[in-house]
Design a protein around this ligand. Structure first.
Ligand code: ARG
Length: 364
């Protein structure tokens, strides 16, 4: 529990420093985001004095950290949300307090598990009306590979640019590799909950989220190049220290993803069902002494056959139909060993069946 620090960064002093700060290297070890690069990233200000980051994950929902939405935060274990009016969100902001889409918060929703586990550090801010900004949703079931250990992920936020430092004067981004759960568990003995937390960072440190980044996105990169939310900045021992990766809410994994889906189904992208493994049973190899074999449509399909073809090595060598139920296949000149013959049949009920045979010349 020691990890759960008081996180709500008091900005008054920080902003003063920030405005005079040298050009930012921030999050820690990051850089300024390009104009318009992350329109769904949200500036979250609480009671006018504390800052968090967030992401518009659905038209009416901003994802931020549990400790950004809970009045008692980590100090007192009660799920009292801030009064919605105390929280201001600016969607698409690129500087603290800068322009963006501002929508009043209608409700602050905190998972009950936030209180009785190490993790579950998320809050959903329900907006009074839908944003016009395009959201970036949370990855659906079946996208675990986007946050597999070693995978580069992108952090974005308004947080401090060094441990104990000032908020960034401009939104920051950096890339950090996802850390294996076992490594994170040993980096944070007894304080890591792999069901609702995820770690990212370099073993040597140097690049990390920091105070004020809480609730901001850890984006995964889809194969098509688009971004999807896989984590939300939560915690860490200091910032960017070696052997102390950043801890993120594991929002795209079972527990939090399904809780979030229950609050707002639009906040989670469609499940990606992994392609069903189709272990085509290897056909029994028929041993024949003939150089030419006759393949015949099985009895079960004969009366229901509309059309079909015979393929050898992917090439069509004959067509089939009701009046022509067999074809002759020469095994001569085929690559050594087994010749596979595929009967692709279309049945009268519209079904397509594939019947594979295999022959090997032996004897004779
Ligand atoms: N809890 C912090 C916040 O409220 C974020 C800390 C992240 N720390 C880290 N080392 N990654 O902004």
């Amino acid at each position: 529990m020691g990890l759960r620090r008081t996180v709500l960064t008091v900005t008054a002093a920080l902003v003063a420093t920030a405005t005079t700060a040298a050009p930012a290297v921030a999050i820690v070890g990051g850089k300024d985001t390009a104009a318009g690069a992350y329109p769904a990233v949200t500036y979250v200000s609480i009671g006018g004095s504390a800052v968090c980051s967030g992401t518009l994950v659905a038209p009416t929902t901003v994802l931020t950290a549990g400790h950004c939405g809970s009045l008692t935060g980590e100090l007192l274990a009660t799920p009292i949300g801030y009064p919605p009016s105390a929280i201001q969100v600016t969607i698409g902001a690129e500087t603290p307090g800068g322009p963006g889409e501002r929508i009043p918060v209608a409700a602050v929703v905190i998972p009950p598990s936030y209180l009785n586990t190490q993790g579950s550090d998320v809050t959903l801010l329900r907006l009074e009306h839908p944003a016009t900004t395009k959201p970036v949703a949370i990855a659906g079931r079946g996208e675990e590979s986007l946050w597999a250990a070693g995978t580069p992920a992108l952090i974005v936020g308004f947080g401090a640019t060094k441990e104990g430092g000032a908020l960034a004067p401009h939104l920051q981004e950096a890339t950090v590799p996802v850390v294996a759960d076992a490594t994170c568990a040993s980096d944070y003995p007894g304080a890591f909950d792999a069901s609702t937390q995820l770690c990212a960072g370099y073993p040597q440190g140097g690049t990390d989220s920091c105070q004020g980044d809480s609730g901001g996105p850890l984006f995964g990169h889809r194969p098509d190049g688009s971004l999807v939310v896989v984590g939300s900045t939560s915690n860490g021992d200091g910032c960017a220290r070696a052997g102390k990766p950043g801890i993120y809410a594991r929002v795209a994994d079972r527990v939090l993803r399904e809780w979030i889906r229950g609050v707002d189904g639009a906040a989670v992208d469609a499940d990606v069902t992994p392609p069903a493994p189709t272990p085509a049973p290897a056909p029994r190899v028929t041993c024949t002494s003939h150089r030419v074999v006759t393949v015949t449509v099985r009895r079960a399909y004969r009366t229901r056959l509309r059309s079909g073809e015979v393929l050898v090595g992917g090439r069509r060598i004959a067509t089939l139909r009701r009046g022509r139920l067999s074809a002759r296949v020469s095994l001569i000149g085929r690559p050594k060993g087994v010749t596979r013959v595929k009967l692709v049949l279309r049945l009268t009920n519209g079904r397509r069946v594939v019947d594979t045979r295999a022959y090997r010349i032996c004897g004779g």
